[in-house]
Design a protein around this ligand. Structure first.
Ligand code: TYD
Length: 230
């Protein structure tokens, strides 16, 4: 198959972040999209936050163990920021500048929602951390997977099996409802960057919605047809 022709910012990879609450199906959708890009002969990497680089994975372990919660919301935010700084500089920026697409499971909107809205960390701290860690590097597209809280929590519980819930999975229903509301508000406030997708459907249906957003935003009509038949 011919390489799919991509419109806008030639030579630079596209940066796509996936956001959503527990059990929204981000990892499944990222995997399906990466296979589709691969079939269209576009180079893409899959990465995640917190983590994605060796240094950031160490911080991930700390934060998800609940250690960050003991330190308080401001210090926990600094841990996420330190992880992001390493991840951006050692993985995301180098990939994008080589023309490689980056599919990232969570990015700065997670900090805005989890630490900002739910942890009540002041906007001034969040803004300062964003300036240091990402500068101008906003995702070209943020897919927000939206699912009713009860369904998402059930899915997450099934996936977890007998394992213990992590730092954020163990929060209550009210927390997860606020999380969903906060994501919906981000989607409404930044329609150029963010698309809210109904994730309460089978994986194939959600993947088709994700693909149609990419097709509209990034591909020329011919390339979209090529990649669709991949
Ligand atoms: P993970 O196991 O990757 O969860 P999920 O499958 O829901 O993505 O755990 C990451 C957790 O860290 C998740 O509950 C959200 C939280 N988080 C923050 O609180 N702030 C952040 O900046 C990021 C990136 C994640």
């Amino acid at each position: 198959m011919a390489e799919a022709a991509v419109k806008r910012i030639p030579g630079r990879g596209r940066f796509i972040s996936f956001e959503g609450g527990e059990g929204s199906g981000k990892s499944t959708q990222i995997k399906m999209l990466s296979e589709r890009l691969d079939a269209a002969k576009l180079r893409a990497i899959v990465t995640r936050e917190p983590g994605g680089s060796p240094g950031a994975e160490i911080i991930r372990h700390l934060v998800l163990s609940g250690m960050g919660k003991l330190l308080g919301p401001d210090a926990e935010t600094l841990l996420f920021a330190a992880a992001r700084d390493d991840h951006v500089r050692s993985v995301i920026q180098p990939a994008l500048s080589q023309g490689i697409w980056v599919l990232c499971d969570r990015f700065s909107d997670s900090t805005r929602v989890y630490q900002g809205r739910l942890g009540q960390v002041a906007p001034a701290i969040l803004n300062a951390m964003e300036r240091v860690t990402i500068g101008d590097l906003k995702p070209d597209l943020t897919i927000i997977l939206d699912i009713p809280v009860e369904i998402g929590m059930q899915r997450a519980a099934v996936r977890r099996g007998t394992g213990a819930p992590d730092r954020f999975e163990s929060e209550d229903v009210k927390f997860h409802q606020e999380l969903r509301d906060a994501y919906r508000q981000i989607a409404a406030a930044e329609p150029q960057r963010c698309v809210l997708i109904d994730a309460n459907a089978d994986a194939g249906t959600v993947a088709a919605s994700v693909w149609s957003v990419l097709r509209d935003r990034f591909f020329t009509a011919d390339a979209a047809n090529l990649a669709s038949s991949a």
